[in-house]
Design a protein around this ligand. Structure first.
Ligand code: SAJ
Length: 431
């Protein structure tokens, strides 16, 4: 039976390289559809957790994983030689930026080198890591073909961007449409056949580059629009206009508008990073993606703007930032999650420390907040603690916080998220 048929009837053993917030949910969906799944990771700890049926990804219920492991449909290993046992292999490894804000493709390359020796004829490999157009064919394909297999004839290769939104209560791996683009039409055909077995809606495009660019468009769209709101926030503040009221009014337009909101800066492992994958590659084509660069500049400036507004607010209380005790309320990169990656709270804390403020924090999701290697003291939101600071800065608007208590007890609150909408009065300052 051919590979297409083995994908379609679920008999094809599948593999996932990288058992993180993308890879583990994907492996579970593959197994729930009946495929035998081998999860590959370089982390002994992750492999041990999976084989013990212990989920370390909130979107993967432990009971579900344990049942699949017990049934023998999912197993994990650090032994990449076992890649020879699968017919389809999906690579889901990180694509960060290096210190120079340039793409770091080392994780993808390492994954490709780890599996290349064990590829066999009639096999599909797909890459899901967010990256610049050209990565699949310029970097991954040569590594996979080094052993003599030829993409498009005896090996199939495609790109399919991950669209995992951790914690999203509506959209998970199975019901989020999946874009796939192959090196050749037959590669696309095989990728569509594999993903169709465990994802409801597949969206084929004509090339790997189109698929790579699709993901970048999705996230650059957010980055640029957030930067636009951060710029409009600043001009509105100068004009004495409440931008939050304006956005709420604008979003009553039932067509042709999508609300974004200003904030303290851009956090997370996608939005602040993905755009720079494109702007870096564009230079190879003598093209400067000025929108992206400008958006990056505006967003990167927001922590400085927040500290400026804090200093101005303290001044109205005849206080200087130097020597003040400031409580950061909510430090995760967005509400109701525990992820600190690229959180603007980190930069805000650094800037405050540089200006000799005493920094404290409270975040029900984040038990430890390290800034330049030092622990920022965590305080409980007691009336005494709130009355004992000179200012509170709401950096992230977690829902499980008693904002009424904060407004009652704190002498001054700078709200960077408009979570105190409706709380008026001199001590609440809206960004
Ligand atoms: N932010 C704003 N203003 C906004 C929206 C977000 O300042 O109007 C800030 C957030 O506080 C955060 C950063 O931008 O610091 C990124 O927020 P995000 O809402 O874009 O959330 P992410 O980073 O978790 O983005 C992910 C992305 N998902 C994938 O890449 C698969 C993104 O494409 C999703 O659209 C987004 O989740 C989502 O909608 O939740």
């Amino acid at each position: 039976m051919g590979l297409l048929e083995r994908f379609e009837d679920g008999s094809a053993p599948l593999g996932v390289v990288g058992l993180g917030y993308v890879g583990l949910p994907l492996a579970v969906e593959m197994a729930k559809a009946g495929h035998h799944v081998i999860g590959f990771d370089i982390s002994d700890e992750k492999v041990a957790h999976v084989n013990a049926g212990e989920s370390y990804i909130p979107d993967v219920p432990a009971a579900e994983l344990a049942a699949l492991v017990k049934a023998g449909t999912i197993e994990a290993t650090t032994d990449f030689q076992r890649a020879r046992e699968v017919d389809g292999l999906v690579v889901c490894v990180p694509t960060p930026l290096n210190r120079m804000k340039e793409p770091d493709t080392s994780f993808m390359e390492a994954a490709a080198h780890s599996i290349a020796p064990y590829l066999h004829p009639d096999m599909l490999v797909t890459l899901e890591s967010t990256t610049y157009p050209g990565t699949t064919e310029e970097i991954i394909q040569p590594i996979l073909e080094a052993g003599g297999l030829k993409v498009g004839t005896d090996l199939f290769l495609a790109f399919s961007p991950e669209r995992v939104d951790p914690g999203n209560p509506v959209y998970q791996t199975r019901n989020t449409p999946k874009v796939v683009g192959g090196v050749t039409p037959r590669c696309t055909q095989h990728a569509v056949a594999m993903y169709s077995g465990f994802i409801d809606h597949i969206v084929p495009v004509t090339s790997t580059r189109a698929a790579e660019m699709t993901k970048l468009l999705e996230n650059i769209f957010r980055c640029v629009n957030i930067a636009l709101m951060n710029e409009l926030l600043q001009v509105s503040e100068r004009m004495g206009i409440n931008i939050w009221e304006v956005v709420d009014a604008a979003k009553t337009k039932p067509f042709g508008f999508m609300p974004f909101y200003p904030g303290p800066g851009l956090g997370g492992h996608c939005i602040p990073i993905d755009p720079f994958y494109l702007s870096w590659k564009a230079r190879e084509y003598d093209f400067h993606t000025e929108f992206i660069e400008l958006a990056g500049k505006v967003n990167e400036n927001m922590p400085y703007y927040v500290v400026k507004r804090l200093m101005e607010s303290l001044n109205t209380h005849h206080k200087s930032l130097a020597g003040s005790r400031v409580l950061l309320l909510g430090v995760a990169y967005k509400a109701d999650i525990d992820d600190m990656r690229e959180s603007p709270a980190i930069r805000i804390a650094e800037l405050m420390l540089d200006r000799s403020a005493e920094v404290l924090y409270h975040d029900p999701w984040v038990p430890s907040f390290l800034v330049r290697g030092s622990e920022i003291p965590h305080v409980e939101l007691t009336e005494e603690a709130l009355a004992g600071v000179d200012a509170v800065v709401v950096v992230t608007d977690h829902s499980n916080v008693d904002y009424h208590a904060v407004v009652r007890a704190a002498p001054l609150i700078l709200d960077t998220r408009n979570v105190l909408k409706g709380f008026d009065g001199s001590k609440v300052v809206r960004l």
